[in-house]
Ligand binder design. Sequence first.
Ligand SMILES: [Zn+2]
Length: 434
Amino acid sequence: MTEKTPIHLAKRLACLLIWRFNSLLHSLLLYRIGSHPKSREGRVPPRPKRNIKWGKVELAPPATHLCRLAKRLAVLAAALLLIGGGQAAERRTENLILITLDGVRYQELFGGLDLEILKATLKDGKLEDTKTYRRFWADTPKARREKLMPFFWGEWMRHHGSVAGNPQKGSSVRLANRLHFSYPGYSEILTGQARDDLITSNDKVLNPNPTVLEFLRRKLGLPQKQVAAFASWDVIGVAVQQEAGAVFTNAGYEAYAHPAPAIQSMSRLQFEMLTPWDTVRHDEITFRFAMAHLKTHRPRVLYLSLGETDDWAHEKRYDRVLAAIARFDSFFNELWDWLQADAQYRGKTTLLITTDHGRGDIALNWHTHNAKIKDAKNTWLAIISPDSPLRGEWIGGEPVVMDQIAATLCRFVGLNYSEQNPNAGKPITRIFGK
Ligand SMILES: [Zn+2]
């Protein structure tokens, strides 16, 4: 990567200085052994015949000056090595994966199954007899969320990452846009700025502003398939770019050309195995295509946009919402196992996972989200990165704003997003341990 250049320079300088230090030390030793047999004679030696000159000044005796110089050079060399090593240790990310889970509430992420909502959506029978209750209910929020997302909480949050946005812990992640529905949310994430003046609907139109995906492709000099977006909702295919074709996209009901017979078959089947919605295909299809693309084209920047959670919520199917979240968790597990087994991605990949908006917070309005639903502005953000020391839940701190995500993604690969959009939110410095 281009940003390794300063590290290489630092290392070369350090080597040069060490070499210089060694040659000085060598001269010094020669001088002491050959001309100053002080240790043997126990007296101040006579002035040597072969004096060492340093510049124009004759050093007599030169040992003190040489020692001081050698020490200074050694310290400088060590400092340069530390800087070089520090920079390398500071940034290991070479690949970025952004994942969004449409309309997944912080309430389920941090607390699992909400009993009031399950009760409100129960048509008949006993609550305790439902499949959803038996699968996801436990006595504490911690136990419930671990039942819902065992991999996210048990593996990622314990060993590899952190998550912001639990109000119970004084952490807040919120939207800058005031509309609280999908396109404005995705655009805020992807362009780094809320534009309530420009984006006022979910219409399937190209983003009116350039996105972080376009910026990353240009700055990293990547071919189109190396910056790829896979989405269940068709509108994402245009929301990710201002210029058509700038990013590789596969979104909504769309065929995906791939040599693997299983993917070819899935590409055909998606048009037969329909969801209740014309613009959103099954997340399973989207995930399979994204994994196939990852393995074959090895993108440096991948955006995976999963969507069924929002649509099932609008249908008031809380059971399906929870089942979809649990499925996302199994996707995370599968994705992570593959990343860990691959040399290009293991230890060099940062994942940011978030949502485009929240929803209502009570049984009456949990299914919906809009400008009038206050709690819909509250979201969450998870970070899995070799470059972030944080683990588990964020406690307290400044609120995180969703318009900071674009600049944060860029920061992970050493790029400054304000070059593209000076009005974008700034990187979330806490992620980097600062
Ligand atoms: Zn929605």
